[in-house]
Design a binder for this molecule. Structure first.
Ligand SMILES: [Fe+2]
Ligand SMILES: [Fe+2]
Length: 465
């Protein structure tokens, strides 16, 4: 179905034919806009930004680009097209028709899954609200805002499901989404990491690379759901999400390139010397990776989880790319999981978080390999790496124990020494200056290889003047 842009709420779900739902969502819309104005980006709300907006959900050309003020962005409800005769792909109900309504017995579980996913979307906007002030270029500022408006749309995606399928409870949950705030002592966001402000750009790139990628894997699992509206919603969110990871990967790449240039020019890898030139030394980048990767692993939940087993058995949440597995029942197989007490044999269904997380780790490694190729090509020995899954964990079997990045037992001090120190964070923050002249870029990073939508780097991505 094509997208109705004439409607107050752009959508491809035929909203105009469901008056009650339309009214409920039109009631929520001003609350959302108030939230965006109060807790979205603190600056540039009145400026024109070169943003892409969904105009159809098929693979080709779903995005149109144009200058628009953020509060005028057309947030709406877009679901991937319905697959005729779709069946449930895994678990106890495998082979039965996918559910078009919420099965009564799974109502509260599905609501919880949707609320938990939905809550992270506005949370990240809140975490990043100050970043535009120190954007290293207009290109970066535009990418930040693109990510922000799309996370706002992802909130819409989840709020639509709550309103359309969960009745009164759903409407209440939708209101709560705007009531909880990142870092609010009384009403924090649901997941811990989403309550920390992100106030430097290296952290933002790391967040987009590691944390958004966790989002990608959660969405991939939910895109397999037997509850069809959830599956279709998440499928379309994934197409938007790809850009967020692009921002993360290229962001880190550009920082590394700039550092390598300076290392070559000065003929040194000495952090102190490099810091005098205002670039970010590679060991510091490694410490940021250690921090962000270990905290992202926590988001997958415990390696051994009866909740995950239930979600799978009930057909609510599958494995990413479920179609690539042979066995979609998983009730008779085991997974070997390393624990502090040795290797444990765990029923596969109970190991779903672990399986999803491993797919995520392989995906994270791709960018790291690319970064290392750049370093090698520049003639330096240094290698970045993902720390061991045991390192610095707060969730799962390795919680609260001290391991180094190779997974060997060590002291708490040794763990701390490979995480960003106060001095590291202070140094990174000291570099943050806003650059608002088109075509110019802060000293600590380098311009991108190409711009957005084939536009040059000098393009006025944000009409900042
Ligand atoms: Fe998102
Ligand atoms: Fe995202």
């Amino acid at each position: 179905m094509s997208i109705d842009y004439q409607a107050k709420i752009p959508n491809n779900v035929d909203l105009s034919n469901d008056r009650a739902l339309q009214r409920a969502l039109e009631h929520w819309q001003p609350a959302f806009l108030d939230w965006w104005k109060d807790l979205g980006p603190t600056t540039y709300q009145g400026h024109e930004v070169y943003l892409r907006t969904a105009t159809s959900v098929d693979a080709k050309g779903w995005a149109t680009f144009g200058h628009v003020k953020m509060p005028d962005y057309r947030w709406g409800i877009f679901l991937a097209d319905k697959q005729p005769d779709r069946t449930i792909g895994f678990g106890e109900h495998a082979g039965k028709p996918a559910w078009q309504q919420v099965p009564g017995e799974y109502r509260s579980t599905l609501r919880r899954l949707i609320v938990t996913q939905g809550d992270t979307e506005p949370a990240s906007v809140e975490q990043q609200r100050l970043l535009a002030l120190t954007a290293p270029s207009l290109y970066d500022m535009r990418n930040l805002f693109q990510v922000n408006v799309e996370e706002g749309r992802h909130l819409w995606a989840m709020v639509y499901l709550l309103h359309a399928y969960f009745g009164r409870d759903g409407r209440e949950e939708a209101e709560e989404m705007l009531f909880r705030h990142s870092g609010d002592i009384d009403n924090p966001r649901i997941l811990g990491t989403f309550n920390e402000p992100i106030d430097d750009w290296l952290s933002f790139y790391m967040f987009a690379y590691f944390t958004d990628r966790d989002g990608k894997y959660q969405l991939k699992s939910l895109a397999e759901s037997g509850f069809d509206p959830l599956a279709r919603t998440c499928s379309f969110m994934l197409t938007e999400e790809a850009h967020h990871m692009f921002v993360g990967e290229t962001g880190v790449t550009r920082v590394i390139k700039r550092t390598l240039d300076e290392m070559q020019k000065l003929g040194t890898d000495d952090p102190e010397t490099l810091r005098k030139s205002g670039v970010i030394d590679l060991p510091l980048i490694q410490r940021y990776i250690n921090f962000w990767f270990s905290s992202a692993l926590d988001l997958f939940g415990a390696e051994i989880s009866s909740n995950a087993a239930t979600y799978f058995a009930n057909g609510l949440k599958g494995r990413p790319d479920e179609g690539t597995y042979e066995d979609h029942d998983c009730s008779t197989t085991i997974e070997k999981i390393e624990t502090p007490d040795g290797v444990e044999e765990v029923a596969t269904r109970n190991a779903m978080n672990y399986i999803t997380r491993n797919a995520y780790i392989r995906d994270c490694d791709i960018g790291v390999t690319r970064w290392n190729r750049l370093i090698k090509k520049a003639g330096f020995e240094f290698q970045l790496k993902l720390p061991s899954e045991r390192f610095n964990r707060s969730v799962g079997v390795w919680t609260g124990m001290n391991f180094n990045t190779d997974g060997k037992s060590t002291s708490r001090d040794a763990v701390q020494s490979v995480l960003p120190s106060e001095a590291d964070r202070g140094y990174v923050k000291s570099l943050m200056v806003g650059v608002t002249e088109p075509g110019k870029c802060a000293n600590w990073t380098s311009p991108p290889d190409r711009g957005i939508n084939n536009m040059p780097f000098e393009f006025d991505y944000v009409r900042a003047a």
